[in-house]
Design a protein around this ligand. Structure first.
Ligand SMILES: [Zn+2]
Ligand SMILES: [Zn+2]
Length: 132
């Protein structure tokens, strides 16, 4: 069981699954979205995820002409969980408040476009052009 919420606390959620693998995306879109080196997410089955509060405060933005979208809190701007595909949710792991103790970076995505100042120092598998 894991719990998470945004910075202002309006949106909160729970995950009924063990979270272990972090996927770190270094692509240029994720870097602009976060203003940082990219975004770190965990993936869970939809059935294991549910919002507890604040779904009405969630904004979805889809980048035109790209297969990419993001969810964020309209009050504080924190990244939030959303659907990854038909069966999975992605969870920005920085929003977790508990249940994250076993997380380790398992995969680095789009390392070909990572920021030049970012140095990868863990054993996560590097995927130059995304997850294949
Ligand atoms: Zn918020
Ligand atoms: Zn990305």
């Amino acid at each position: 069981m894991a719990l998470g919420e945004c910075n202002c606390g309006a949106v909160s959620y729970e995950v009924d699954a063990a979270l272990t693998d972090v996927f770190l995306c270094h692509c240029s879109i994720c870097r602009k979205s976060t203003g940082s080196g990219g975004i770190a997410v965990a993936l869970v089955n939809r059935a294991a995820f549910r919002f507890l509060t604040g779904e009405e405060s969630i904004v979805k933005w889809t980048k035109p002409n790209h297969d990419w979208h993001t969810y964020f809190c309209k009050i504080c701007g924190s990244a939030l969980p959303g659907e990854n595909d038909a069966t999975q949710m992605y969870i920005p792991v920085g929003t977790l408040s508990s249940g994250y103790e076993s997380l380790r970076v398992a995969h680095h995505l789009f390392t070909n476009s990572k920021a030049h100042w970012e140095v990868i120092g863990d054993t996560g598998i590097q995927h130059p052009n995304g997850y294949e």
